[in-house]
Design a protein around this ligand. Structure first.
Ligand code: ADP
Length: 271
């Protein structure tokens, strides 16, 4: 499917023969394009807060005799700096993930415990927003992978669930075992919801349904790309179910770690 890009080289081989070397470079070309787009987006995204901070700093210099304005500009510099810092963090995380197809040094990860840790990261923010986050975990939900990355993926979903919901609603995080040795983590909110035509696009880098709201909530547009990369590097999938005005459920499905019995005498799955 799509266009195949080839590189060809011709070399003379004796008097009446030539050597023709044809190489399929489509994949390399695609990777190169992705890298170029990513860099263009990154510099655009970084310019916004950096430009903001520098303008605000100038305004601050001019406002020395207006304490109220000083307060306001200083507070906005704080907001823009925090935004810059989460952007840099997400960009570093994503470029690290993009470079790696597989998880390095995998171990057995307890997904229930990872969900608890992920929820803990957002405990304070949830309280501030008046949102109740409840974690329900079945026992024996283990996968083979990187505990920090799995926790980050679940945390990103919980962070979004809180960011795109109103106070007084609930966020549920449920971890369960599914038939076919699949471990599922579902993060459900009663928030804004996402229109059907947006549901595939939200996994793209820097894509936001409502950039004003996303910015106000400190969003970078990279959270779901990170989730998708982590999940795919673990051999899993991520899906979304959503209805505008009712809420959303993001479901991560990962291959279960081989059980104790099956693992005895066997080696870890090829990574
Ligand atoms: P952001 O940092 O903007 O939240 P993400 O990649 O995490 O970036 O999400 C992309 C977009 O998908 C968000 O800007 C938001 O519009 C939408 N979105 C993600 N999660 C939810 C959710 N739980 N409810 C409603 N909209 C969501």
């Amino acid at each position: 499917e799509g266009t195949v890009v080839v590189a060809a080289r011709v070399a003379p081989l004796g008097a009446d023969h030539v050597l023709l070397l044809v190489e399929d470079i489509s994949q390399a070309r695609r990777v190169e394009e992705i890298r170029r787009d990513f860099l263009a987006n990154v510099s655009h995204e970084l310019k916004t807060p950096v430009g903001g901070i520098s303008l605000l700093a100038e305004a601050l210099l001019d406002a020395y005799d207006d304490p109220e304005a000083v307060q306001r500009f200083a507070a906005r510099i704080g907001v823009e700096s925090r935004r810059l810092s989460s952007l840099v963090k997400d960009i570093v995380e994503l470029s690290r993930l993009q470079g790696a197809d597989v998880v390095k040094d995998p171990t057995v990860v307890d997904v229930g415990a990872a969900s608890e840790d992920a929820a803990e990261r957002y405990r304070l923010l949830a309280e501030e927003h008046g949102i109740d986050v409840a974690v329900q975990a079945e026992t024996d939900c283990t996968v083979w992978g990187d505990r920090d990355l799995v926790t980050t993926a679940i945390a990103n979903l919980i962070g979004n669930a809180i960011a795109y919901s109103d106070g007084g609603t609930r966020v549920g995080v449920a971890t369960r075992r599914r038939p076919g040795a699949v471990i599922e983590v579902a993060v459900t909110d009663q928030g804004l919801g996402i229109a059907p035509e947006e549901q595939q696009r939200i996994f793209e880098r820097f894509y936001r349904v409502d950039s004003a709201r996303s910015r106000a909530t400190g969003g970078t547009g990279l959270g779901l790309s990170i989730v998708k990369h982590v999940v795919e590097n673990h051999g899993g999938t991520v899906a979304v179910w959503s209805q505008v005005g009712r809420g959303s459920t993001f479901t991560i499905s990962l291959p279960a770690a081989p059980s104790e019995g099956a693992a005895a005498g066997a080696t870890a799955p090829d990574q």
